[in-house]
Design a protein around this ligand. Structure first.
Ligand code: C2O
Ligand code: CU
Ligand code: CU
Length: 509
């Protein structure tokens, strides 16, 4: 029997952060023991033939997340998650990947502009015991990216077990304005929620709602650390926050409501640091944030529960949807050292982000994100019939669709002309948010329901949250790497939705 205190507790949704209640929560937590935040090892690869070569082994393992319990896991060069890969903009990277699992897998380079055959999606599965040697040029902007399993129908389970890691793309020209000392003032925060059984093993998809809302756990791991504590040594720390959860969104805030600065989104730096007290991150989204500390500072990074405007009606669905993001909980406890090194002042300005002009677009495509209104069991009366089953189903019993279709490896949904700029209009007629991700690079958000995106979404993005009932327009330029027969993917990054069909394919011709 596990006696640890659950980290996530439902609290009445707080519109604004109620200082007293949050502080009580933080102080309460302080009575318990913390674990030092683990920092994934940094892997720089080896130079050979003008490339940086990285060796990655997908392997089984186990780790003690909770005291006294060994949890079975997957990892890359280790027992859970993978090393942080450090690339330099402009170099060529190559990989020796060996799949030592007893099942097929794949590794996808999330956010990268590269040929489809090197992308690591469902078409590049690596059989059990086999290897894969992709290589590509790093033509990304400096930023925070990631890599993870992308096996057809199994991405959710494999990522949940640990097949994911961070990628840092560096650009030497920026190192004098932002902290770059890995693990010291440049710190990865890989946020994940997990659910443990009484035997200490990960539970996966053991509840009906896991298939509807995606797999959400009640225990937070940061870089695979349960109840993590970080002790800053410098007055400024750059955190690279990656939401590597299967389905959970986070609403980041500091427990004392202090201001922090977002400097980068998915695909690189914003125009300037954006001062904020709140930051929402959906699955697969990244943000680099700067936090300033004074000696002895104690503060917690939290996720703040949101109130729902989803209508109240009888049955499980209303309750389920209203519970989404309703919880307030702690992600990371921070205790600054008594003496801090003054490392960096707050930067004021970065190189300006080039905005793709809407007028450059020559084609518009529309994508409808929807959740099947079929029954969980028994006869599927088809979309739109509103069929319900006894447990109050009605959504998610069927499949998840983009434009009415489920993912089919043999069906190319979209053909895109090389060197064109397109507008993609994303409509969501389902009751929940879907984080929409496009492979092969970065796009920009034109508007949300006709309004310009907030400042912190005005950089390069590869994943965009599309809220229930919302319309998001984005603009993307398609260059390089034509390939008639090898597609790229676009999909919802709630991995259980992706695995159950909310994914499509495009070729660049
Ligand atoms: Cu992060 Cu298609 O994936
Ligand atoms: Cu991707
Ligand atoms: Cu989804």
């Amino acid at each position: 029997m596990i006696t640890r205190r659950r980290l996530i507790c439902s609290v009445p949704a707080l519109g604004l952060l109620g200082h007293s209640s949050i502080l009580r929560f933080a102080y309460h937590a302080a009575e318990d023991s913390f674990n030092e935040l683990q920092i994934p090892p940094l892997l720089r690869g080896e130079a050979a033939d003008g490339k940086q070569v990285f060796r990655l082994n997908l392997q089984e393992g186990s780790r003690e997340f909770l005291p006294g319990f060994q949890t079975s896991t997957f990892g890359i060069n280790g027992n859970y998650l993978g090393p942080t890969l450090r690339f330099k903009r402009g170099e060529r990277v190559a990989f020796n990947i060996s799949n030592q699992l007893n099942e097929p897998s794949s590794l996808h380079w999330h956010g990268f502009h590269l040929p489809p055959t090197q992308d690591g999606g469902p078409h590049q599965a690596i059989a059990a015991g086999a290897g894969w040697q992709p290589e590509y040029d790093v033509i990304q902007f400096a930023g925070t990216y990631w890599y993870h399993s992308h096996l057809l129908h199994e991405s959710g389970r494999q990522v949940y077990k640990g097949l994911a890691g961070m990628i840092i793309v560096e650009d030497d020209s920026l190192s004098d304005i932002l902290p770059v000392e890995y693990g010291v003032d440049d710190v990865p925060l890989i946020l994940q929620d997990r659910r443990f059984g009484r035997d200490g093993q990960f539970l996966y998809r053991n509840r009906y709602q896991d298939d509807v809302m995606g797999m959400m756990g009640d225990t937070i791991l940061v870089n695979g650390t349960h109840r993590p504590l970080f002790r800053p040594e410098t007055s400024m720390v750059r955190f690279r926050v990656l939401n590597a959860s299967n389905a959970r969104s986070f609403d980041l805030a500091l427990s004392d409501n202090r201001v922090f600065y977002q400097v980068a989104c998915d695909g690189g730096l914003l125009n300037a640091p954006v001062a904020t007290t709140r930051l929402r991150l959906g699955p697969a989204e990244r943000a680099e944030i700067l936090l300033q500390f004074s000696p002895g500072d104690e503060v917690s990074l939290m996720s703040i529960g949101q109130s729902s405007d989803f209508p109240v009606f009888p049955g499980g669905i209303s309750e389920m949807m209203r519970s989404l993001n309703s919880e307030t909980f702690e992600l990371l406890t921070i205790r600054a050292r008594g003496e801090l090194r003054n490392n960096y002042p707050l930067p004021t300005q970065f190189p300006q982000v080039y905005r793709l002009p809407e007028a450059a677009a020559t084609n518009t495509r529309t994508f409808l994100l929807s959740m099947g209104a079929g029954m969980r069991s028994g006869e599927d009366k088809g979309p739109g019939t509103g069929a319900r089953n006894g447990t109050g189903g009605g959504y998610g019993g069927g499949n998840y669709f983009i434009n009415g279709r489920v993912m089919n490896m043999d069906y190319i949904n979209e053909r895109i002309q090389l060197n064109t700029t397109e507008i993609w209009v994303l409509n969501n007629n389902s009751p929940m948010m879907h984080p929409f991700h496009i492979h092969n690079g970065q796009f920009q958000i034109l508007d949300r329901n006709g309004n310009p995106p907030p400042q912190n979404e005005q950089g390069w993005k590869d994943t965009v949250r599309v809220g229930s009932g919302e319309q998001v327009r984005l603009i993307m330029r398609f260059t390089d790497y034509t390939d008639e027969s090898n597609p790229y993917m676009y999909h919802c990054h709630i991995l259980e939705h992706e695995d159950r069909g909310m994914m499509g394919q495009f070729v660049l011709v």
